[in-house]
Design a protein around this ligand. Structure first.
Ligand code: ATP
Ligand code: LTN
Length: 334
């Protein structure tokens, strides 16, 4: 039997998940789970590159896990685990840090944006964040990494670093490929269609949370920024409306031109009203399942405990090779 290709991806438990995370990442992960050997991680080590309140971090870590399941990931088919439970991530990250160039990390857009936003706390972890992400990916001999557009640059670094290590020592890592959806790879803020919908946005009208109740969703869509053309068209001149059509299409499964046609002679009011219902109904099963799961902490514990065991096995196989090639003497248990 041919071996399945490996997929790895992760989400930071640094805020509540948005519709952007769902459409750009989660929804695709679910579609891939039958065909691939999948590892889906909750990257808590990454989250502390910005200050986190310990009790919020604990709560959100479980919430992200519950959302993975609520979105349709099946723990019998995929490995779901918490990054800090598998120490190989930190260990490989150190080795790779010693091979990463300051210059290449300095060019990372996410680092530049996040350090600008958090000028008072630009810690070394924020700078080396992409190297930890490289370690996540390379540990599992990953073929494909399904992410939103914003992560493309980090994926290029993963490929460069895998090649660097393989060339310096001998073939060790698979070279991973990004896997970015054609539509919905970058859902934009409802308040500013030039910046991406982000869970760390200060303005809560900019994003829709997966756990927002129906009235909140309706209110946020009603307030979404549009333009004065009053034409429901998928065009770069109308970025606000373009974003809303993308959301409509991704959630309803309808093609963009079908949606444009339906609203050809209708105004934004009617379009937004219908879109609200598409979003409310699209997210309803996710939210209901999520609330159910959060009442069952024992079950969640079982999932992350099983996940860590499965992930660890694969991760340490790679780490041991790396340690050996680097020149570390294997520990003796005599
Ligand atoms: P922040 O917005 O706080 O910087 P984030 O949501 O970008 O965080 P993660 O939670 O780690 O960061 O992202 C999880 C996944 O969701 C990644 O694959 C990312 O590319 C994707 N993603 C995040 N925001 C969007 C968006 N607006 N549109 C499409 N995909 C997104
Ligand atoms: N950096 C990513 C989250 C992330 C990730 C990963 C994604 C950490 N490790 C490995 C894919 C593969 C983000 O901010 N969205």
């Amino acid at each position: 039997m041919e071996e399945k290709k490996v997929i790895f991806s992760g989400t930071q438990p640094s805020g509540d998940l948005t519709l952007g995370n769902y459409l750009g990442a989660l929804k695709n992960w679910v579609l891939l789970q039958d065909e691939y050997e999948c590892y889906y991680c909750i990257v808590d080590l990454h989250a502390i590159t910005l200050p986190q309140e310990p009790k919020d971090l604990r709560r959100r870590t479980l919430e992200v896990l519950a959302l993975y399941l609520a979105a349709g990931l099946d723990p019998e088919k995929v490995t779901i685990f918490i990054q800090s439970h598998v120490s190989a991530h930190s260990q490989l990250s150190w080795v790779l840090n010693c091979m990463a160039y300051m210059g290449e990390l300095n060019r990372m857009t996410q680092f530049k944006e996040k350090s600008k936003k958090n000028a008072g706390n630009v810690n070394a972890g924020l700078f080396t964040y992409p190297v930890l992400m490289v370690a996540d990916i390379l540990l599992y001999q990953t073929d494909l990494v399904p992410v939103g557009q914003d992560q493309k640059q980090h994926l290029e670094l993963s490929r460069d670093m895998a090649e660097r290590f393989n060339n310096r020592y001998s073939p060790t890592f698979k070279i991973p490929e990004p896997f970015i959806p054609k539509v919905g790879a970058k859902i934009m803020s409802l308040q500013d269609p030039l910046s991406k919908m982000s869970k760390s946005d200060k303005n809560e009208n900019g994003y829709i949370l997966l756990k927002d109740d129906p009235d909140t969703i309706r209110r946020k869509i009603k307030r979404a920024v549009t333009d004065s053309f009053n034409k429901v068209r998928f065009s770069d001149e109308q970025l606000g409306i373009k974003n809303l059509i993308t959301i409509y299409s991704k959630l309803s499964g309808e093609e963009i031109d079908v949606i444009e046609k339906r609203y050809e002679n209708k105004g934004y009011g009617e379009f937004k009203k219908d879109l609200s219902e598409v979003v409310v109904e699209g997210l309803r099963p996710v939210r209901e399942k999520f609330e159910d799961l959060m009442r069952n902490k024992d079950y969640l514990e079982k999932i992350y405990s099983m996940g860590a065991k499965k992930a660890e096995k694969k991760a340490f196989k790679t780490l041991n090779k790396v340690y050996k090639k680097t020149g570390f003497i294997p520990r003796s248990y005599r």
